[in-house]
Design a protein around this ligand. Structure first.
Ligand code: NDP
Ligand code: HSE
Length: 424
């Protein structure tokens, strides 16, 4: 049996997970896939990550040029993350004809269109199953299934770190900071967790998933994005009282040439299956015009689930000539596509007001003037002369709600607009 030599570039959480699977299940992969895979080199900043895992220091490599020049190495797993110098490293490897398997959604969302042609020109492949939804094989499903369907909508939880944080704040009463620290310890968070908590990571993933699903480029820059940093313990308590959980949700929808793509916190009814997706688990609903509704569910982050997706790409890359998927992501929206910014949603709105006659009716009048209909309102005293108001609206236009809140914030008797979270 031919030996396939490969390398790992970036030996942290995911690189380590892929290593564990490739070594621990080597016999299984050999017997079921007919592939004898040897990890011949590991690139990192220092030898320390190898030492920590008890891996032979002889595998350590500190030069991408050495990997690119090694004629025995067929494929490189890229699990360094980030854009610089990762993009330049991948260009060198693809140019040298090495296939690259990556988990790097930021790089793909920003530069896929530059990298894929290099892979094609040099007869190698660029594989990215691990970039979205961890161990769940959604990229392959989108690339290879539903050819007869027009995908109309995909939505769900596609960031493990924020789901972990919101779950722990909701069920264990952890503070935001405590929950984030745990997500970092467990290896779910990005090197800079701003990417997770401000929704960038989910926007990169939605750009990849929606571009594949809708067969058109949905640049990450065109995705409406709001993170979870403004979600408070009070919002979570209010959500519970009203029968909801708060989740960071990514939504992509296509209706003819109208495309909606957004990432933001959402009130999800407690009896909706997404409400019970907890910890670092992810779940994505997809609706096609013929297949109907599908749900993809599984671990969205972590060493071994993501490593499993990496290894599936390694096996695929080593088993057959590379194929190139129907995926455009060149940063530009097709001229025919209308990116919908003024979408429709229901809203949860919280504010602090003076507790005196006429305030509630003045606030309600502003909503009414803008065509925003209130479904329910709760008023609670919060100090001697102040009260909090919590509203749930019926479905309304985003811009109408924003206009209302702008006007309401300028009413003399309104102290602060404390929250505005969309409702599923
Ligand atoms: P880690 O930080 O755990 O691992 C990255 C490793 O690469 C570290 O050892 C890091 O060293 C090293 N590295 C970074 N830059 C360089 C460089 N320029 N030269 C040499 N070595 C470098 O990251 P993760 O494993 O968590 O993530 C890796 C990739 O996988 C990212 O693209 C991430 O988005 C993606 N991903 C992560 C998932 C997860 O659950 N963690 C899930 C799905 C995808 P140092 O620590 O010294 O910087
Ligand atoms: N930081 C990412 C997350 C890793 O939490 O979802 C998986 O892509």
């Amino acid at each position: 049996m031919k030996k396939h030599k490969i390398a790992i570039m970036g030996f942290g959480t995911v690189g380590g997970g892929a290593y564990d699977i490739l070594t621990g299940n080597a016999d299984h992969i050999r017997s079921t896939q007919g592939l004898d895979i040897e990890i011949a080199a590991i690139l990192d900043r220092s030898v320390e990550p190898l030492k920590k895992r008890g891996v032979s220091e002889n595998l350590f490599c500190d030069s991408v040029d050495a990997l690119a020049a090694d004629p025995d190495i067929e494929l490189v797993i890229e699990t360094m993350g980030g854009v610089r110098p990762t993009k330049d490293f991948i260009v060198k490897l693809l140019t040298a004809g090495k296939s690259v398997v990556t988990a790097n959604k930021e790089l793909l969302a920003k530069h896929w269109s530059e990298l894929e042609p290099i892979a094609r020109a040099h007869g190698c492949g660029l594989f990215f199953e691990a970039s979205c939804v961890g161990g769940v094989p959604i990229i392959r499903a989108l690339g290879e299934s539903f050819q007869g369907d027009k995908v109309k909508r995909l939505y769900g939880i596609i960031n493990g770190t924020t789901n972990y944080i919101l779950s722990k704040m909701s069920s264990a009463g952890l503070s935001y900071e405590q929950a984030l620290a745990q997500a970092q310890e467990k290896g779910f968070a990005e090197a800079d967790p701003t990417s997770d908590v401000e929704g960038y990571d989910a926007a990169y993933k939605l750009s990849i998933l929606a571009s594949l699903a809708f067969h058109t480029c949905i640049p990450y820059t065109s995705i409406f994005r709001e993170g979870i940093t403004k979600v408070t313990a009070r919002d979570i308590a209010n959500a519970h009282e009203l029968g909801y959980e708060i989740k960071l949700i990514a939504i992509g929808a296509r209706d003819g040439d109208d495309v909606e793509a957004r990432v933001h916190p959402l009130f999800v009814p407690k009896d909706h299956p997404l409400a019970s997706v907890s910890g670092a688990y992810n779940a994505v609903y997809l609706n096609g015009d013929h297949v109907g509704d599908l749900m993809f569910y599984g671990a969205g982050a972590g060493a071994h689930p993501t490593g499993s997706a990496i290894v599936s790409d390694v096996v695929r890359a080593l088993s057959a000539p590379p194929t190139y998927c129907d995926f455009r992501n060149d940063g530009k929206i097709d001229g025919a596509i209308n990116a919908v910014g003024d979408f429709t949603s229901k809203y949860y709105i919280g504010m602090t007001v003076e507790d005196k006659a006429g305030v509630l009716s003045r606030v309600a009048t502003v909503f009414g003037d803008n065509g925003v209909s209130i479904r329910s309102a709760i008023q609670r005293p919060c100090a001697d002369d102040a009260a909090t108001l919590v509203f749930l609206t019926h479905a309304a236009r985003e811009h109408a709600v924003m206009r209302s809140l702008d006007t309401i914030s300028k009413l003399g008797s309104v102290g602060s607009i404390d929250a505005m979270i969309r409702v599923l």
